[in-house]
Design a protein around this ligand. Structure first.
Ligand code: FAD
Length: 401
């Protein structure tokens, strides 16, 4: 299928999703109905190679789809991102043939894999994670706690990052492991517990959870990539995260593009001082700036989606992805804020979608790499220097290899 066809399918679905978005926001329920429709339309796993039953689409195709869906329903757009970028793209790039064949059908049927990196004491400093995967015979035993795991309790596939320890107790670095929790099939996973769900200001239908791993046993064939020093392992898997960052930036841009449409409509509809708002130059200039911000973000995100990192990486370049994400997410917050302003009091009430969009868009400068950390990455690339953030230079992990 070509890019335009994917985009057209997404536009069609978005028309149905828009009126449902407020409902998921209020009930805080997961949008299973939308998930079924996304899977039927071939948008879940559209970037999975055709050899594994996916659509074989590019990240650029996915970005076109994500923008359309995000204009209508942020929750559904996040699901499309996670069913095509990030965790699943890491498995498709680094997994064994068996792992890819095992995971693809879950995503194609509607599963949004959970990616488990952050911990209560390791957010931006992700390499400070303390969760361990200890080798014991042909298994890894995982112990630790993860926080802010999107989809905990609803996701079946989990990609868990942990410090890998060999049978002699030597720490090898950080690796990634696949865990499957599928209560429908009676696979509950002793050792993986949802501790609690956060009550968030936006994106309310998506569970954001704390997960505990208590002697969670993973067969060794579910190790996606094992570390070999700091470079391989965690670094490879984080490269895959560049695709997720482009996806997250696109959701924010899509929300902003949706807010811009609402603002245009309202400026033509609403009259004050016996004139439509559209005739006030102060608002016209605001609208022009909003449009420029959305368009610039879109170009940067498309550029990033088409870019490739060094050494034939299948993933977007870190610099392109980081730059596009911080620019698009910060711009989107401003655009949605201005759109709400154009609506006056009406924008502050839930009779219009602006107040929900405003709460939803706020997250995107935080999750998946904060705007500050992304700027640090961009600056490091611009200057051609390493930008260690710890007082003694590098993290424990980096020093040990
Ligand atoms: C809705 C949501 C969903 C998420 N989903 C997932 C998920 O599915 N899986 C997952 O693993 N994680 C997830 N996260 C976690 C997310 O990746 C972290 O929130 C993020 O990495 C930042 O970590 P932190 O919140 O602990 O902030 P901290 O790292 O504590 O940072 C606090 C503040 O300090 C700033 N800061 C930190 N270090 C520096 C520095 N060196 N220089 C300048 N400023 C700095 C940050 O930018 C931030 O403003 C999610 C978060 C949210 C909000």
């Amino acid at each position: 299928m070509d890019s335009k066809s994917y985009q057209a399918i997404a536009r069609e679905l978005a028309r149905d999703f828009a009126p449902r978005a407020a409902e998921w926001d209020q009930t805080r329920d997961y949008c299973w109905k939308n998930v079924g429709e996304l899977a039927d339309a071939g948008l879940m796993g559209m970037t999975i190679p055709t050899a594994y039953g996916g659509g074989g689409a590019s990240f650029y195709d996915a970005v076109l789809v994500i923008e359309e869906i995000a204009k209508a329903c942020t929750l559904s757009a996040r699901i499309v991102v996670e069913a095509n970028m990030g965790g699943i793209s890491a498995i498709m790039a680094f997994g064994s043939e068996d792992q890819k064949a095992f995971c693809a059908p879950y995503v194609l049927a509607g599963d949004k894999p959970a990616i488990c990196i952050s911990e209560p004491e390791a957010g931006s400093a992700a390499t400070e994670m303390t969760t361990t995967a200890r080798k014991a015979g042909n298994k890894y035993i995982i112990n630790g706690c993860k926080h802010w795991i999107t989809g905990g309790g609803v996701s079946k596939l989990h990609l868990i990052f942990a410090r890998v320890i060999d049978e002699d107790g030597k720490e090898l670095g950080i690796g990634g492991f696949i865990a499957l929790r599928d209560p429908d099939a009676g696979i509950e996973l002793k050792g993986l517990r949802v501790v609690r769900r956060e009550r968030t200001m936006g994106l309310c239908g998506m569970p954001e959870t704390e997960l505990a791993f208590e002697d969670l046993e993973i067969d060794e064939e579910f190790a996606v990539i094992l570390p070999s020093g700091y470079r391989r392992g965690f670094a490879d898997l984080m490269n895959a995260y560049n695709s997720q960052r482009v996806g997250a930036g696109t959701i924010a841009m899509g929300i902003a593009a949706g807010a811009l449409e609402h603002a245009k409509r309202y400026m033509l509809e609403r009259e004050q001082f016996h004139r439509p708002l559209a005739e006030f130059q102060g608002l016209q200039w605001m609208l022009a700036d909003m449009d420029a911000g959305v368009h610039a973000s879109r170009l940067m995100l498309h550029d990033a989606a088409k870019s490739r990192g060094p050494n034939n990486s299948p993933f977007p370049d870190i610099m392109y992805a980081a730059r596009a994400k911080f620019y698009a997410t910060e711009t989107a917050i401003d655009v949605v804020n201005d759109a709400l302003q154009i609506f006056g009091a009406r924008g502050y009430a839930d009779q219009e979608p602006l107040e929900r969009m405003y709460r939803d868009v706020r997250m995107f400068t935080i999750g998946g790499g904060t705007a500050q950390i992304l700027r640090t990455q961009v600056a490091g690339k611009l200057l051609g220097i390493k930008t260690p953030q710890t007082r003694d230079g590098y993290s424990r992990l980096a020093n040990s290899h």
